[in-house]
Design a protein around this ligand. Structure first.
Ligand SMILES: Cc1ncc(COP(=O)(O)O)c(C=O)c1O
Length: 502
């Protein structure tokens, strides 16, 4: 009887004597090939059915409920142009959220593809670890030229979460090197999203998103955001409410002990919860508080940066001078993955001396192809005056969206630039919101599907209260605002009827 050992011996000797002829092996490999691989080898396009099956069999999608895809198809997107994209069935959609708050110059810009190809042919890749390359040098100088003037150094990453992670680590090391080793805690705002790695998720102020990953990095503390729509009625005006919110920052620093607090992270316009803006006085006050207690102020402009708010960086619009500024997404209009942390010379100073080093970095940060694409992307911004386009049109965008306020379900329309949220309520007069079950029915079972079926891709979200969010490419104007308003009106009217709102 053949033992395991004898079978193994036979196999080894067959291999070493080259018993299995190469042709046979190749045929066996070809027979094993998946339908997608067979199509690729034959130079044929995969069919929609083949792609759908392989997607369902192999992919683990981000932030996605997979169970519905046992019955329905996963949307497969095949092409995009301007502010539109198409799915595999040929259906056209309005990209109302720049895909993920990112495709600021719009889709299908050939010159960005050409810039990538040109760079790849010249220098495909080299890390910025003790070396550098022209695209990174030029891009660092370029983005600093748009940033608040106190910022003078760039640490590249591959996205926003990594840049937030970097900012926190840098803050900790900076204080250790400056005789304040206990300063390590950070404050962030309620409901704010700052990324998904352990550090960035710890900064995030959305408990439901963190629950499954606890325990996270300790030492992060939440202060109120500036949700004026949900503010208590005893504030005379938004300004007074914003001062109250800023004072909570001071209170938390004092409570935790200023000797232990390293940084405060804010988005000038907070995405999560639905585009919370603040008056410039809020930023002035938090800047004063941070200065008073030697706490670094970090502006997370992952979404707000690159024209979204009508200035190149939102910090400019609100007169904010942060110690560090995080940006990503619009830096390449998402044609390549890239992020950056800009910082003051004061924070870089310790690293100019002796053997000091910031032991932190990423393989793909400042990838030369991403930097080359970013530079070309910023050329488009300049040539087409996209930031000016937002500044000139933002009042019209706001006015068009505010028409929706005549619907019983629309409680608030808020935001700035080309970044707006529409908050949905059960009762306009009392501002009563939907409970969890209703919100599930409203957003996930109805609205996101209905909008999508009607050709509008936007964000329906209830990380705070239920909102629909818009962040379209910076290229659009009144014609497209009207189109957005009409589609939203159609779906929101149906949603109101579902809940019998009058
Ligand atoms: C404000 C903010 N910070 C950080 C992030 C994380 O960025 P990334 O997904 O590039 O890591 C996001 C992503 O949307 C964001 O909106």
């Amino acid at each position: 009887m053949a033992t395991k050992e004898s079978i193994a011996r036979k196999l080894v000797s067959a291999i070493t004597r080259g018993k299995a002829p190469a042709k046979k092996q190749a045929k066996a490999r070809a027979d094993q090939a998946t339908p997608l691989l067979k199509a690729r080898r034959a130079g044929k396009e995969a069919t929609p059915a083949m792609l759908q099956k392989a997607a369902k069999d192999n992919l683990f999608l981000h932030f996605t409920r997979h169970s519905p895809y046992q019955k329905s198809d996963i949307p497969i997107i095949t092409k995009a142009e301007g502010h539109h994209f198409w799915d595999i069935n040929g259906k056209k959609y309005f990209d109302g959220i720049s895909s993920l708050f990112a495709v600021n110059v719009g889709h299908g810009r050939e010159r960005l593809a050409e810039a990538a190809a040109k760079q790849m042919k010249k220098l495909d890749y080299f890390p910025i670890w003790s070396h550098t390359h022209a695209p990174a040098i030029e891009l660092a100088e370029r983005i600093l030229s748009y940033a608040p003037k106190n910022l003078s150094r760039v640490f590249f990453t591959t996205g926003g979460g990594e840049a937030n992670e970097t900012a926190w680590k840098l803050a900790k090391q900076y204080f250790k090197m400056n005789g304040k080793p206990m300063k390590h805690k950070v404050l962030t705002r309620a409901v704010a999203y700052h990324g998904t790695s352990h550090g960035a998720l710890s900064l995030t102020g959305i408990p439901s998103m963190k629950k499954m990953f606890e325990p996270l990095v300790p030492s992060t503390f939440r202060v109120p955001n500036t949700n004026w729509y949900r503010a208590q009625d005893d504030f005379k005006n938004e300004e007074e409410f914003a001062m109250w919110a800023a004072d909570r920052v001071e209170e938390m620093i004092l409570f935790e002990d200023p000797d232990t607090v390293a940084a405060f992270f804010i988005e000038p316009v907070q995405n999560s919860g639905g585009c919370f803006t603040s008056p410039p006085s809020y930023f002035k006050r938090v800047r004063e508080i941070c200065d008073k207690y030697d706490v670094l102020l970090v502006a997370d402009e992952t979404i707000d940066g690159f024209g979204r708010i009508g200035t190149m960086f939102a910090s400019e619009r609100y007169g904010l001078e942060p110690d560090m500024l995080v940006c990503a997404k619009g830096i390449t209009s998402a044609y390549q993955p890239l992020g950056a942390l800009m910082l003051t010379e004061k924070l870089f100073e310790p690293f100019k001396h002796g053997t000091n080093i910031f032991a932190h970095g990423y393989t793909f940060a400042a990838h030369p192809v991403a930097c080359a694409v970013a530079l070309e992307n910023l050329d488009i911004f300049d040539e087409e005056d996209l930031v000016g386009n937002v500044a000139r049109n933002e009042a019209a965008f706001k006015k068009t969206l505010e028409k929706l306020k005549d619907l019983p379900i629309v409680g608030d329309v808020r935001g700035a630039g080309y970044f707006y949220a529409i908050e949905l309520v059960r009762d306009k007069d009392t501002r009563e919101t939907f409970n969890d079950k209703e919100s599930e029915k409203l957003l996930r079972q109805f609205l996101s599907h209905d909008l999508y079926d009607n050709g509008l891709y936007c964000r329906s979200d209830d990380r705070g209260d239920p909102v629909v969010q818009l962040a379209p490419p910076l290229t659009i104007g009144q014609k497209e605002f009207d189109e957005l308003e009409q589609t939203l009106r159609n779906s929101l009217s149906k949603a109101g009827k579902m809940f019998e709102l009058m």
